[in-house]
Design a protein around this ligand. Structure first.
Ligand code: DAU
Length: 325
């Protein structure tokens, strides 16, 4: 998601200088930024947000005036297998960025967070005033980072805005998430493992709409505010699976029902009327169109995802598969 935002900002604000500070963990991929690597307004610095000195150095040396924190360990299944790194990145990493924002008097920090901090909701939607009820190590770690943001605003007036977003989809997404995982499996002629009864509900936003929302928060939102970023496009996992199958002209025999994810949240739903009322922001991308484009992109770019899925990460996918058998 971070690479989409960098490209979006460089086009929309050609006068801005963008520093991409990234540890390049398994999901980080400089290939996604190939088209801007020679842009004089863009600079890549390899570093870890958990390293306080490195964060301070990059902020000071580049006279940074705002931070957008897209850095996260983001995959729920991985957080169940190995939570340590999630706690470090989400909590300690956010803490270091808050400290830098405070100590170097930055104008703004936007914390990109998730609707998962609110937990699961059977009916209705979470608002920004709903309490946190995280159910996975990933969601709990994100909630920890978000609580620190709140505390820094209340205690130090650090200029922080927190966003809680629904599920992203689009191009260049690491093929472990539902949509790219299923698309790439089907391209490879493999079945798609649907967890539990397949009736868990997620709300979906295209990467382009998410970029527009973070742009609004960065430039217009008042410090201390929290915003939900959603679309109202809620779908059961089985419904998405059928849409993908139909677009790829394949049948339901390609679905493999597997063991459920432990602690699997049943439904996420967020009310994002605050974002709409305050700034007139609305999602623009129609889901079916976005999904078609995403499928086409994965079909046309096997060189991007095949090494990720079958190379050094093959072990993860194998482990996941055995876990769910
Ligand atoms: O809600 C926002 C969150 O969405 C983000 O904060 C997270 O970083 C992001 O990973 C995502 O979390 P989910 O757990 O909802 O995404 P995931 O793509 O892993 O799974 C979506 C749904 O599909 C979920 O109900 C589990 C199910 N699923 C997932 C995979 C990978 C399957 O049925 N089979 C699968 O193989």
């Amino acid at each position: 998601m971070g690479s989409h935002f960098i490209k979006y900002i460089l086009v929309k604000y050609p006068g801005y200088k963008v520093i991409n500070f990234d540890k390049l963990t398994y999901a980080g991929n400089l290939e996604n930024l190939r088209e801007v690597e020679n842009n004089p307004q863009y600079k890549f610095v390899q570093g870890d947000i958990c390293d306080r000195e490195a964060v301070n150095k990059v902020v000071e040396e580049n006279k940074i005036d705002a931070i957008v924190n897209y850095a996260a360990e983001s995959h729920v299944d991985r957080s169940i297998m190995d939570p340590d790194v999630f706690l470090r990145t989400e909590i300690l990493g956010s803490f270091n960025l808050l400290e830098a924002t405070k100590n170097f008097n930055l104008k703004k920090m936007v914390q990109v967070s998730t609707d998962e901090v609110y937990g699961s909701i059977e009916e209705g939607s979470f608002t920004e005033d709903s309490s946190f009820s995280p159910n996975s190590p990933y969601a709990a770690a994100k909630a920890g980072g978000d609580h620190l943001c709140r505390a820094y605003f209340v205690t130090y007036k650090t200029p922080i805005v927190v966003s809680h977003s629904c599920n992203f989809y689009g191009t260049n997404q690491f093929p472990e998430k539902l949509i790219p995982f299923f698309i790439t499996n089907l391209i490879e002629g493999k079945k798609v493992p649907l967890y539990g009864d397949g009736k868990n509900v997620r709300e979906w936003i295209h990467t382009s709409d998410h970029c527009r929302a973070i742009d609004v928060l960065l430039h217009q939102a008042e410090a201390g505010n929290v915003y939900n970023i959603g679309t109202g496009k809620e779908l059961k996992n089985i419904e998405i699976t059928k849409l993908i199958l139909s677009e790829m002209e394949m049948g339901e025999e390609m679905i493999e029902p597997v063991k459920d994810r432990p602690g699997h949240d049943r439904r996420y739903s967020i009310d994002c009327s605050k974002l709409e009322n305050d700034f007139g922001w609305k999602a623009e991308k129609d889901f079916e169109t976005g999904l078609k484009e995403t499928i086409a992109w994965y079909k046309n770019n096997p060189d991007w995802w095949q090494p990720l899925k079958n190379g050094e990460h093959a072990e993860y996918f194998k482990k996941q598969y055995l876990e769910r058998k």
